[in-house]
Each structure stands twice: as C-alpha cells, then as structure tokens.
Write a new protein. Structure first.
Length: 316
C-alpha cells in the first residue's frame, strides 16, 4: 500500500465532507431540521478528522532522533485514535443530545424539499468519497472480508475513512427517512428520531475505531501468516531454526523483528556473523517492511529452548 494511495482516499473524503458540511448547514438554516443539523456537525467532524489524518501522516514521516530512536511512525496510530474520539464526542454525543432535545421540544420543518434535495446531493458526494476509499482499500484488503480488513489492517487511515464514509451514507439515509416521514405524517418527532439514530450509529462506529486504533497504538505484532514467513526466511544455511521471535509494528510500513536463532556450536565466530547477515538479508527480501531487525545467535538446545514462543502462532 503506497502512502500516496492512502492520501488520495483521505483527500477525497476531506473535499467531499467540506462541501457537504456547508450544504447541510445551509439546509438547516432554511428548514430547521435537527437531523440536518446533526448531519452538518457530523460532516464538520469528518472534515476535521481527515485533516488530522493527513497531519498524522506528515508527522510520522519525520526522521528518527536520539529521543525517538525508532522514529515517529506511530503518530499515524495516535492521530487515528484522536479521530475516533472526535467522531464519538463531536458526532455521536451531539447528535443524540440534539435529537433528545427536539423530542422534548418538537419544531416543525420549513421548506422540507430543500432538505431532501441537499441530502440527495450529499449522498452523491459521499458516495464518491466512499467509492474512492473502497478502491484504495482493495489491494490492501486482499482476500480478507471487509470486516477482517478493518480488524486486521495496520494502515490506520483507510479503515477510518472507510467506516466514516459508510457511517455517513447510512446517516444521510436516516436523515432523509426522518425528513420524509416528518413531511408525510406532519409529526416533527420523526426528524428527532432520525437524529438520535444518526448519533447511535456514529457511536457504534466510533467505539469500533477506538478499540482497533488503541490496539495499534499500544503495539501490535505481525499476524500468523507473516510471522511464519519471517520464521521460514530466517532458517537456512547455518541457521537451523528460530528459537524465539517477537515482532511489533512501529508504523504501518515499519516492522520491528527480534529473534533468537539456533546455530551449531562448532561454528567459528566469523561463520556465525556471516550466518546472521545472510539470515537478515533473506528476511529483508521476503518482508521488505521489516525495517529494524535484531538477531541473536544461540546454541541449538533442542527440547530445552526458552519456549518456542507463542508469537510463532499468534492470533489469526
């Protein structure tokens, strides 16, 4: 997954949401629809969120320093986590509050046709953003399901944009249903109900994003298939097997690999050093994003190793 690819999806979402936010607030000013207001705030939150994702990518590109010797790759995880929190507070909580308020103090809509037209335009623009996110995610997703991609991806931005856009489309549909039912029945309660439904939807999406980005932020290792690839690439020549292996993502394209490898006790020091160099070269060829590699040679004490660690068969 290229950095530019991820940026394209973010920029498409930012552009669409900025335009949609303006249209929704104009619609709210004309119609007084609470669901339109909730959707306007949602779009403002989404626009700010995409700006934060771009900012996080820029911050993550900084060179390593003595204070941060492993670099700043996790800035992308941090700002994605902030985006999830903003989606919850600025989107979900506000929408639910506004919906409950309008339930207690119902207000009739004015010019509902304007709201319907604006929501229709917003659906088209949001659909473009959603389609871009889907296209940019397909290569990274591979054969996994979309839910599996969201759960397992170490690229934090695309799942965020994908879920945001999906939530926005569903939210727009809910707002449209609320406005249409209000017009059809003459009861403004339906507009408030649509607003509460939008807030609840955003809350669910925000919680999913918070859980997933928190996992990346505190440190996630490579998944089982990649761990097996790493292990098999290390074995060869004088390297008889992998005794102990740990991995951790320092950023979406930066993997730390630390392993203890078994070599014969009869090898001279020069041969051991050469074996380590060869194993590292094989690993970097097999897994190019293994940026930091630390290999420790040890004697092959079959049956008494320090535990062929669970990282060789981690969570699926």
């Amino acid at each position: 997954m290229s950095a530019s690819g991820g940026s394209k999806a973010i920029i498409a979402a930012l552009s669409a949401n900025a335009g949609i936010a303006v249209a929704k607030f104009v619609g709210f000013a004309i119609t007084g629809s609470s669901s339109m207001l909730a959707e306007g705030v949602h779009s403002v939150a989404d626009t700010a969120n995409q700006g934060l994702l771009l900012f996080g990518r820029k911050r993550a590109a900084r060179q390593a320093t003595p204070e941060h010797p492993f670099g700043y790759g996790r800035d992308r995880f941090f700002y994605s986590f902030v985006v999830a929190l903003m989606l919850f507070t600025l989107g979900s909580v506000f929408a639910i509050y506004e919906g409950v308020h309008k339930l207690s103090v119902p207000e009739d809509l004015t010019s509902p046709v304007v709201a319907i037209v604006i929501l229709g335009i917003a659906i088209v623009l949001e659909g473009y953003s959603w389609r871009t996110a889907i296209h940019e995610s397909r290569e990274l997703k591979g054969d996994a399901t979309w839910w599996g991609f969201i759960r397992q991806s170490v690229n934090p931005e695309l799942p965020v944009v994908l879920l945001e856009d999906t939530g926005a489309l569903v939210g727009l549909a809910l707002a449209l249903v609320g406005v249409v039912l209000t017009v059809a029945t003459g009861d403004p309660v339906w507009d408030a109900v649509g607003t509460i439904a939008i807030g609840s939807l955003l809350g669910v999406i925000a919680v999913i994003l918070i859980v997933e980005t928190k996992s990346l932020l505190i440190g996630e290792g490579a998944r089982a298939p990649l761990v097996r690839t790493i292990s098999s690439s290390l074995v060869g020549g004088p390297v008889e097997r992998v005794i102990h292996l740990r991995t951790q993502y320092l950023g979406p394209e930066e993997l730390l690999v630390a392993a203890k490898i078994a070599v014969s006790a009869s090898l001279p020091t020069e041969a051991v050093a050469a074996a380590i160099d060869e194993a590292e070269a094989r690993l970097r060829e097999a897994v190019p994003h293994a940026r930091l590699v630390y290999l420790e040679p040890d004697l092959d004490r079959t049956g008494s190793d320090d535990g062929l660690d669970p990282a060789l068969d981690p969570m699926p």
